[in-house]
Design a protein around this ligand. Structure first.
Ligand code: FAD
Length: 386
């Protein structure tokens, strides 16, 4: 039998690539392997689930069996790939060898964990997939007070969502503003003020050092000496693309599995996309880039080599108390920021020396102007010249 095209991972990258591939090729055997339960879901919904009162089952869009039928593929769930042998075009699942025609790594990123002392370190929950979300919902059921570690995009989204779901929220992060790597300070101040208006309490500067059980619940001890009583802790301190198995197999890695504009790794017949991939130097852990990669790679796998390009890719942050859209300037393009507006309505724009718009951060009513700005933003990865 012909060796299949093998996709490792059934997140948005894996399943969307499979869908795009099947539009072009209905015959080549296709195998998807995942260490999770293989249900299809939209990960961005994980940070709006409490406000909408959705259990994990309510966020699942399809069971793996239905996905297998739809994709005319085999889907192996709860199956962890443990090694890759590029020389023999095979991968390992423990002792079992699986041969591939082409191998696609869509195995995502893992949550960064920091060691926490104390007898309650098991009450710290990362939320990076549907199973994490189910575990956290079970732990938070009937509880009231949540500490969120991290004030990045995901920490802020969870803060807004958990408050909508009826929880009290404290955010703890060792930074001076929310979303420090993404946002102009004026826009960050607007988002923080919006969340504070909902009742969120920010503790910017310290880190969590110890988590202890008490008769009333938990105590979170911070590095500045403050002690926060709470019931459960969410960890949202960052994601790290999975590279270990690729590096062990001799594939080039950096801040992700390194791939070129054709999504090809340093080894023939092995590709990568989604959160695990560093595409032409860019690691963008968002949905729009992986959708562009899925379309391009499906073409390449079907015999029509296609380079991926990215247009502008603004990010809509799900903090409904203070709507926010942000489009950071493309790498290597520096400019000057100007800020207009006040309070919740901030328009921070970044222009180059010739007056061309490079990026923006818009909050509140300024978000309404995003379409006009998007038309003139530079692409993040311009199309390759023929
Ligand atoms: P994943 O969804 O992480 O999938 C990885 C897959 O690989 C899983 O199936 C896993 O089981 C499998 N796997 C891993 N290792 C192995 C192994 N060794 N063997 C077998 N299988 C393995 N982006 C946006 O653009 N907009 C948003 O609003 C937004 N909101 C977000 C909210 C939250 C809470 C989070 C966490 C992320 C959000 N993102 C958002 C980011 C976006 O969801 C991700 O970029 C995207 O879902 C990543 O998909 P992926 O398929 O690359 O990775």
């Amino acid at each position: 039998m012909n060796a299949p095209v093998v996709i490792v991972g059934t997140g948005l990258a894996g399943y969307n690539l499979a869908r795009e591939f099947r539009k072009l090729d209905s015959e080549t055997p296709l195998l998807l392997i995942t260490s999770d339960d293989g249900r299809s879901y939209s990960k961005p919904m994980l940070s709006t689930g409490f406000g909408k009162n959705k259990e994990a089952d309510g966020l699942s869009m399809a069971e793996p069996g239905a996905m297998a039928d739809q994709l005319k593929a085999e889907v192996r769930t709860h199956t962890r790939v443990s090694g890759i042998d590029p020389g023999h075009k095979r991968l390992w699942i423990g002792e079992e060898a699986v041969y591939y025609r082409d191998l696609i790594l869509a195995w995502g990123a893992e949550t960064v964990r920091v060691p926490v002392e104390g007898d309650a370190s098991d009450a710290v929950f990362p939320i990076n997939d549907l199973e994490d979300y189910a575990r956290f919902r079970a732990a938070a059921a009937g509880k009231r007070r949540v500490v969120i570690l991290g004030a990045g995009l995901i920490g802020c989204e969870f803060a807004n969502d958990l408050i909508l779901g009826g929880y009290e929220v404290d955010l703890v992060a060792p930074c001076e503003q929310v979303m420090p790597t993404l946002l102009h300070p004026a826009a960050a101040a607007a988002v923080q003020a919006g969340l504070e208006g909902l009742g969120a309490r920010f503790h910017l500067g310290p880190v969590l050092t110890r988590l202890l059980r008490t008769e009333q619940g938990l105590e979170a001890h911070l590095s500045d000496g403050e002690v926060l009583p709470c019931d459960v802790v969410v960890s949202a301190i960052g994601l790290r693309p999975r590279v270990d198995l690729a590096a062990a197999a001799g594939l080039q890695t950096d801040r992700g599995v390194t791939v070129d504009r054709h999504l090809k790794t340093s080894h023939a017949n092995i590709y990568a996309l989604g959160d695990c991939a560093q595409v032409d130097g860019l690691n963008l852990l968002y949905v729009m880039p992986l959708m562009s990669c899925a379309r391009a790679l499906a073409q390449t796998l079907s015999g029509n080599p296609t380079a991926v390009s990215y247009g502008p890719m603004p990010i809509t942050v799900k903090t409904p108390v203070c709507p926010l859209v942000v489009s950071p300037p493309p790498r290597g393009m520096d400019g000057v920021w100007t800020v207009a507006g006040q309070g919740a309505d901030i328009k921070a724009l970044c222009h180059d020396a010739d007056g061309k718009l490079l990026g923006y951060a818009l909050t509140g009513t300024a978000v309404l102007e995003k379409l006009a700005f998007n038309k003139v933003l530079p692409p993040l990865l311009a199309p390759l010249l023929a």
